[in-house]
Design a protein around this ligand. Structure first.
Ligand SMILES: O=c1nc2n(C[C@H](O)[C@H](O)[C@H](O)CO)c3cc(O)ccc3cc-2c(=O)[nH]1
Ligand SMILES: C[C@H]1O[C@@H](n2cnc3c(N)ncnc32)[C@H](O)[C@@H]1O
Ligand code: SF4
Length: 783
């Protein structure tokens, strides 16, 4: 205990320290509280809000109480029979939802908390029937529509808490909600997998699945609320593990805006009705442990209705800086027997502990100051209307009224007033380059293109518009997409039957392409490079095979003892149709060695294998990874090099700009370069690529797995024309592809295009038209 307290004081408790600290009592607990308090104060000081404890004035909207899970502690969940007995609806109607939100707005509430059961349509035919009757494919689709209605009709900001969300569902909800959340609850898998555990029989409570949702929210740049639920059968070691998992995800993605430490309250009529509530000392210690694990810059939230009022001061001593959502109107439907304290009482109580109660918005200040990255442009205007521009907390005097919601992120971004400085920022070099490129197109000199890459504000909008016009002339208005699946070369070699079943499934799902990623492992025969394509073609002769990057072509050439030309010809004859031109990074050897730690192919090698492919009649994509250590001039030089290869070979099908993503980089690189490029940078690069490559490479792809779908849409109206592949996961082995879990459905693609007022074109890998797939799963998302 002594060592653990010292480690906490020094700001570096290990997971083992944390485990010990949960048991602090008496003088040890006093010391822990003091350390946690000090840490919280240090963080508040750094954020410029010393002595402030926040809350969000909210209404609670229980959209549906049906749920496919059956958590033993939950009193919120209902069966269709139970709903009928209570005269409660299957889903709250649009009018019921708007009534709650309107009444909340009148009381000054600024958050609409949508909390509901997980995917009820998968378990209850009544839920499925209700959605069908109202024209919704899923609960999540209904939720998106209702959040949009709340924004338009009332101005409240939605916070989404619908349980487990897929990557695509996160993308679906992001345009209507500045923040979302899902409690991790616990990492104790046994509570889920073993009979008798509180999560037994609840598919959405698999800790591995929940951790993936939390990570996916980070990848999607969604300000995210999560936390632990204590007292449901977990041990101190498991509590420590859960907190460290939340910390790990936040250290990777930077998105955990608050960590809730929620104490289980025993409920009547649940399987756990006879379990004791968590003892006060134990709970207080756990809150303090959460603070010392998450650190001074984190927000630690404890709900003020789950602890008795006369004991709330202990939570403040334990290091919280937030009370979460508090409602002057609606009950906490998850804990309906525990009313929230009156806001005046909460303010008085907070003041008596030496702190000031202040209202915040559903997204926390640090995410609102970087709204381009964290907040979808479609809710900027709604957020701007309620935020205090100094503190980025709530403007408590703002009037909460509905505002129009534009389906297009590009339109929303253009029409939301920018700060004065941003919109009037005029760079004379950019002005000259814009004028020149409008005349000269790709003939503009390098310095001109470098200037364009730094365009911002209205000048960036002008650049995007120029590129958009050039795109329209080159390829028309359709947004193209290919139905494909990724396969990991190593995975299909390790399991000898996987390749055939994944290929057959791809055909059945309606894919026109499979893409093999990664090298043949060193301990497998080099001939696998030829055998895998042959086996794929034996199962599916019409499937397009997109396989082997330059790094793999080089590896195959070395191991097969063939020249590059011979290698490519052999791969082609074995069934390879086209090759991914990935691994180009920035075509500059200094930059490459900085990024790859020496393991990277050289520029010469990359170019040699690409041009060998082109000579053999095998077309390739071309790529770039930007926004790390390279200069703007190096970006321009990279594009020039691709253009000159294309002038010689004509072998590139498209250009795919990929923003640098720190969490996919080598740890040493991520430590050096902790952030990816800004959205402005991404828009400028796509526009410049379109202008520089005009007449040479017709297609510029929006890499949605890396950009996120909102930024993908913005670059699709700023030079790009293609969405790449939908990346089906399938059911046989959903983890078989490198970008597993990040899949688009064709429905989702249609919606993204429709929001931009553009048609979709299904293409094959070579950009010829593809037949509409008849596959069973392309239109719907695998659950
Ligand atoms: O009233 C409640 N609000 C809950 N909230 C909402 C929370 O009070 C606020 O809405 C957030 O702090 C955002 O402002 C949650 C939000 C999440 O993202 C995840 C879990 C919860 C849990 C609860 C809860 O049990 N009761
Ligand atoms: C909204 C959040 O509330 C938590 N939750 C659900 N039931 C209870 C309960 N009886 N006591 C405390 N928290 C609960 C879950 O973790 C859920 O994610
Ligand atoms: S806690 Fe959430 S997932 Fe579990 S039964 Fe209740 S509503 Fe469903």
């Amino acid at each position: 205990m002594r060592a653990a307290l010292d480690a906490a004081r020094a700001g570096s408790p290990t997971q083992a320290d944390a485990e010990v600290l949960f048991a602090a009592r008496g003088a040890d607990l006093d010391e822990l509280l003091e350390v946690a308090s000090r840490m919280r104060d240090e963080g508040l000081e750094r954020r410029g809000t010393p002595g402030v404890i926040t809350y969000s004035k909210k209404v609670f909207i229980p959209v549906t109480k049906l749920c496919r899970d059956r958590c033993h502690y939950c009193i919120f969940v209902e069966t269709p029979g139970g709903l009928a007995r209570n005269h409660e609806p299957t889903y709250l109607s649009r009018e019921e939802i708007l009534d709650i939100a309107r009444e909340g707005a009148a009381l000054g509430c600024k958050e609409a908390l949508f909390t509901l059961g997980d995917r009820p349509e998968d378990r209850w035919k009544q839920a499925r029937a209700w959605l069908d009757e109202h024209g919704y494919a899923s609960t999540i689709d209904y939720l998106r529509d209702m959040a949009q209605a709340v924004l338009e009709e009332t101005g409240l900001l939605p916070h989404m808490n619908p349980g487990v969300m897929s990557w695509a569902e996160l993308q679906t909800l992001r345009p209507v909600a500045p923040s979302m959340g899902m409690m991790l609850e616990t990492t104790a898998t046994r509570l889920w997998s073993e009979k008798g555990g509180v999560h037994y029989g609840s598919p959405d409570k698999d800790p591995a699945l929940r951790l993936r949702v939390i990570d996916d929210a980070g990848r999607s740049r969604v300000p995210f609320t999560t936390g632990v639920l204590l007292g449901i059968g977990e041990t101190d070691a498991e509590r420590a593990e859960a907190l460290f998992e939340i910390r790990r995800s936040h250290e990777t993605f930077g998105h955990v805006q608050e960590t809730i430490v929620q104490n289980f309250r025993a409920k009547p009529r649940t399987a756990m009705q006879n379990e004791a509530d968590l003892a006060l000392q134990e709970y207080i210690a756990a809150v303090a442990v959460a603070r010392v694990v998450m650190g001074p810059d984190a927000t630690i939230q404890a709900p003020p209705n789950l602890t008795d009022q006369q004991e709330l001061d202990l939570l403040v001593r334990a290091g919280i800086d937030d009370w979460g959502g508090v409602s002057p109107l609606t009950p906490d439907h998850v804990n309906p027997e525990r009313p929230w304290p009156h806001l005046d009482d909460l303010a008085t109580l907070t003041r008596s502990t030496g702190y000031e109660l202040r209202e915040r918005l559903t997204a926390h200040p640090q995410y609102l100051t970087e709204r381009d990255e964290w907040i979808d442009p479609r809710v900027w205007e709604h957020v701007d209307a309620l935020v205090d521009p100094e503190t980025h907390l709530a403007d408590e005097s703002a009037s909460v009224v509905g505002r129009p919601w534009s389906p297009s992120p590009a339109v929303a971004a253009r029409t939301t007033p920018r700060s004065h400085a941003a919109s009037t920022h005029v760079d004379p070099a950019v002005r000259d380059a814009l004028d020149a490129v409008a005349q000269a197109g790709p003939e503009l000199d390098d310095a001109g293109f470098v200037a364009l890459l730094s365009a911002r504000g209205e000048q960036l909008d002008e650049l995007s518009a120029l590129a958009d016009a050039r795109r329209r002339t080159a390829v028309g208005d359709a947004i193209s997409v290919v139905v494909n699946r990724n396969l990991d070369t190593g995975a299909v070699i390790r399991d000898p039957r996987l390749l055939e079943s994944l290929t057959a499934e791809a055909v059945e799902l309606g894919a026109s392409e499979v893409c093999l990623q990664g090298p043949v492992p060193a301990d497998a025969p080099a001939e696998s490079y030829l055998e895998i394509p042959r086996r794929i073609k034996a199962v599916a002769p019409d499937l397009h095979l997109h396989a082997f990057r330059p790094a793999e072509v080089l590896d195959a050439s070395r191991r097969l003892g063939l020249s590059l030309d011979e290698t490519v010809a052999a791969l082609r004859d074995a069934g390879v149709d086209t090759m991914p031109g990935t691994g180009a990074r920035i075509l500059d050897d200094d930059v490459r060695s900085l990024l790859g730690g020496g393991a990277e192919t050289t520029v010469e090698q990359w170019v040699a294998s690409i041009t060998a492919a082109h000579r053999a009649g095998v077309r390739t994509t071309s790529t770039m990874v930007f926004g790390h250590v390279e200069t703007l001039a190096q970006r321009v030089a990279h594009l020039r090099m691709l253009a000159s290869i294309q002038d010689r070979t004509g072998g590139f099908t498209e250009f795919i700009p990929m923003p640098y993503v720190p969490w996919e980089a080598l740890p040493a690189v991520a430590a050096r370069v902790p952030d990816g490029p800004s959205t402005d940078d991404e828009r400028a690069l796509h526009a410049v690529a379109r202008l520089m490559l005009a007449g040479r490479i017709d297609h510029v792809q929006a890499a949605w797995t890396k950009l996120g779908t909102a930024t993908a849409q913005r670059v699709l109206v700023g030079g790009a024309d293609d969405l790449g592949g939908v990346l089906l996961d399938g059911d046989v082995d959903p983890l078989a592809g490198a970008e597993a879990h990040r899949q688009l459905t064709l429905e989702h693609v249609s919606r993204l295009a429709a929001e931009l007022g553009r048609p979709v074109r299904l293409r094959r890998t070579d950009y010829s038209d593809a037949l509409a797939p008849t596959g069973r799963a392309v239109g719907t998302e695998a659950a």
